[in-house]
Design a protein around this ligand. Sequence first.
Ligand SMILES: Nc1ncnc2c1ncn2[C@@H]1O[C@H](COP(=O)(O)OP(=O)(O)OP(=O)(O)O)[C@@H](O)[C@H]1O
Length: 238
Amino acid sequence: MTALAIRNLSHGFGARRALTDVNLSVQPGSFAVLLGPNGAGKTTLISLATGLYSAQQGDIHIFGHSIRRNPLPALASLGVVFQMPTLDLDLTVDQNMTYHGALHGLSRREARERAFEELERFGVNDRQDDKVRSLSGGLRRRVEIARALLRRPKLLIVDEATAGLDVAGRQLLLTHVRSLCRRGLSVLWATHMLGEVEPSDQLIILHQGNVRWEGEACDFAPDGALEAAFLKITGRSA
Ligand SMILES: Nc1ncnc2c1ncn2[C@@H]1O[C@H](COP(=O)(O)OP(=O)(O)OP(=O)(O)O)[C@@H](O)[C@H]1O
């Protein structure tokens, strides 16, 4: 079953069209990059897919459940990391994790066990008792993704999680999340950074609220010249 299916999605803010007749799919276990320049509509699409807004037209299905008609089972399969960091800087990593777990109905013990497991996977379990404020930007983002995985989602949506990170921090985060796909997680990774795309990724190019291209990244730029191919489609650099 398709992890994320978006059909005929349109949305605007007043007279401004943010998305027009968008169709796309994310297959189970795939790492899908939603690539688009600033203002392409990535955050609007993610806001609709996570139920923050209701789409003016079209529908979104997560593992077969419509966000519009069946929001609870649809959202139960979903983990999300928003563009703006949402960790509480004055709480420790552990407190952030267990608080989030409690919000999602996990017992304290269950939340702590899962938190340890996820933080270990992301190489930050030695910082569990530190306040988030003392962590680097890269570590905070890893904690945020680990927190989104606490409720064991089947689909993870990440909106520009690497903003502000250096090259090494970006690569580390991407490597971690790609390794989760190999364990079966489906990921929609929104970015405007061409350097985050790998040839085996599923690539969705969004520009001015339209999907301009969807397929395997290696087919988009068979000669490896991703930037030139992207410029041709969008008329601007990402
Ligand atoms: N709350 C809002 N009110 C009015 N216009 C909005 C609102 N949110 C987004 N827009 C407009 O919708 C369009 C798409 O914006 P969106 O934030 O979804 O793009 P984006 O691809 O996420 O951009 P970025 O990479 O800069 O985050 C833009 O023209 C933006 O100005």
